[in-house]
Design a protein around this ligand. Structure first.
Ligand code: HEM
Ligand SMILES: CC(C)=CCC/C(C)=C/CC/C(C)=C/COP(=O)(O)OP(=O)(O)O
Length: 303
């Protein structure tokens, strides 16, 4: 009997820990942190200092997780109205608002202190602005105000490689801004592919996402146009000598597949294609940043 009560307590504890984990949007944050780490490695010809790498990664991850938690606190009523998000901890009530606010504040402050004390003030401040950009400007205002919400708000999601670069060098380099541009232009096709699939849910929740305000066909056109622009932007690292042939060839293959998805979505749409395009967008971004990294070291060490 005692053993059963204990094991129930442990199970309850594990469940709550899992809910805090979900509050951080862990899979999105992992990809965000990956792009920041690539920014750190690209910032120097050899290996970045271990201290900047470890503390920088920890600080950026804590602040990104805090931003995601604040997003869920602010959006709890919207999340409750959409099937995709109605299982979130603040909607189901497994976490209270107070618990979530305390959690988001503690990890956000911890992230800021880590960056300020062990990395550099520039990275701490830029990461804090990024948090405010996503949790404050995008979530609180843009998301509810304009169908261009994710184009403007995308700047926050695109900042992490710049943060990683700044963590290692203490400056914002033009090469870091090219990494920013890649994620910035990638965000609309990433999100609008999903929004096409979830159009009715956004309409129900009164969120002016592009497929709700301008229709699905117009959104498909925008996905295609941004994917074309993305192809151009992903050639820039090669064009300015930041990356080599290995990167260029790999990036063009990834671009060709993304374009094929976008073209099919526009002229040969069928059920399931928007979600497959969305899924591919994630593979694509991981692929582009992995190529940048591998190409960088293949050139540094003349592999
Ligand atoms: C304003 C910018 C962005 C918006 C509006 C957005 C929107 C979304 C949405 C709504 C989902 C949830 C899909 C679902 O629940 O099925 C999602 C998933 C995802 N996003 Fe984004 N995203 C943005 C930026 C980013 C950035 C910058 C990254 C990474 C660098 C990213 C990586 C991911 C990943 C990895 C997933 C899959 C998560 C999972 O499997 O649970 N997103 N995005
Ligand atoms: C380093 C740092 C502070 C980074 C912060 C940037 C960050 C966490 C960006 C996340 C992008 C994202 C998941 C947007 C979706 O929000 P949504 O509200 O439209 O999606 P939802 O409906 O799934 O909640």
């Amino acid at each position: 009997m005692v053993a059963t009560a204990d094991s129930m307590k442990i199970a309850g504890c594990k469940h709550r820990l899992h809910e805090y984990y979900e509050l951080c949007k862990p899979r999105v944050v992992m990809l965000i942190v990956f792009t920041a780490i690539v920014g750190m490695f690209l910032a120097v010809p050899a290996l970045p200092p271990l201290s900047a790498l470890l503390w920088g990664t920890l600080g950026i991850a804590l602040q990104a997780a805090s931003a995601a938690a604040v997003n869920q606190i602010i959006d709890r009523n919207i999340d409750a109205r959409m099937a995709r998000t109605c299982g979130r901890p603040l909607v189901t009530g497994t976490l209270t608002i107070t618990e979530s606010v305390v959690f988001a504040t503690v990890i956000g402050l911890a992230g800021f202190v880590v960056l300020w004390a062990f990395v550099n003030p520039l990275t701490a401040l830029l990461t804090q602005f990024t948090l405010i950009g996503y949790a404050g400007i995008y979530t609180l205002y843009l998301k509810r105000a304009t169908p261009q919400n994710i184009v403007i708000g995308g700047a926050a999601g695109a900042a992490p490689p710049v943060l990683g670069w700044a963590a290692v060098t203490g400056e914002v380099h033009v090469h870091a801004l090219i990494l920013f541009a890649i994620i910035f232009v990638w965000t609309p096709p990433h999100f609008w592919a999903l929004a096409i699939e979830r159009r009715d849910e956004y309409a129900k929740a009164d969120i002016p996402m592009l497929p709700v305000t301008h229709g699905i066909d117009y959104t498909r056109t925008q996905v295609l146009l941004y994917t074309v622009l993305l192809t151009v932007v992903t050639v820039l690292p090669f064009a300015i000598g930041m990356s080599g042939w290995l990167y260029l060839v790999g990036a063009l293959v990834l671009d060709a597949v993304f374009l094929a998805y976008a073209v099919r979505l526009k002229w040969w749409p069928r059920p399931g294609l928007p979600m497959r395009t969305f899924g591919y967008s994630i593979v694509y971004l991981m692929g582009i940043f992995t190529l940048l990294l591998v190409d960088h070291y293949s050139r540094s060490f003349r592999l």
